[in-house]
Design a protein. Structure first.
Length: 163
């Protein structure tokens, strides 16, 4: 009789999901959440370790150590943005592109600072032309990501006005 009601519901255009599939889906969602929580915990540990390195680099106030502190601090910010993305996912909040744009901007800023400091100290691994070219590429990436962020914000405000 139960299979007959499933068939009748399907004939009416209503789709039913078998109970076994619903249980499997719930288990997979729990497993997915557990994986995200484990990754989030690893990110917290990684950020704490990087902060420890940054504090340790403050012992020597040379240009190289200050560069390492800034580099480590920006890397911790990248980790924090990824962590917040995981937290938003676990809260079942709407997906946002903004954190990934921030990560891209921070990453390019990090690289610009490293290249600039290496050029200032004279320890650049590339020629002057290659370093300047890489600085220009990263500046262009930052510009594109800032424009993309502006477009995302503008689209979001237009979407809210439409509601």
């Amino acid at each position: 009789m139960e299979s007959g009601s499933v068939i009748m519901e399907q004939e009416k255009g209503q789709k039913t999901t078998p109970p076994a599939v619903n249980r499997a889906r719930k288990l997979l969602i729990i497993a997915d959440d557990a994986i995200h929580i484990a990754v989030a915990m690893l990110l917290v540990v990684a950020a704490a370790i990087m902060l420890g390195y940054a504090v340790r680099n403050f012992a020597d106030l040379s240009i190289a150590s200050i560069l390492l502190v800034v580099n480590d601090a920006l890397f911790v910010l990248i980790i924090a943005e990824v962590l917040w993305t995981i937290i938003r996912y676990l809260r079942r909040e709407k997906f946002s592109l903004a954190p990934f744009l921030f990560i891209g901007i921070i990453s390019s800023l990090r690289r610009i600072l490293v290249i600039d400091a290496q050029m200032a100290v004279g320890e650049s691994e590339h020629s002057f032309y290659e370093s300047v070219t890489e600085l220009g590429v990263h500046a262009g990436i930052i510009f594109v990501l800032v424009v993309a962020y502006y477009i995302v914000k503008k689209a979001r405000s237009l979407d809210r006005e439409a509601d």
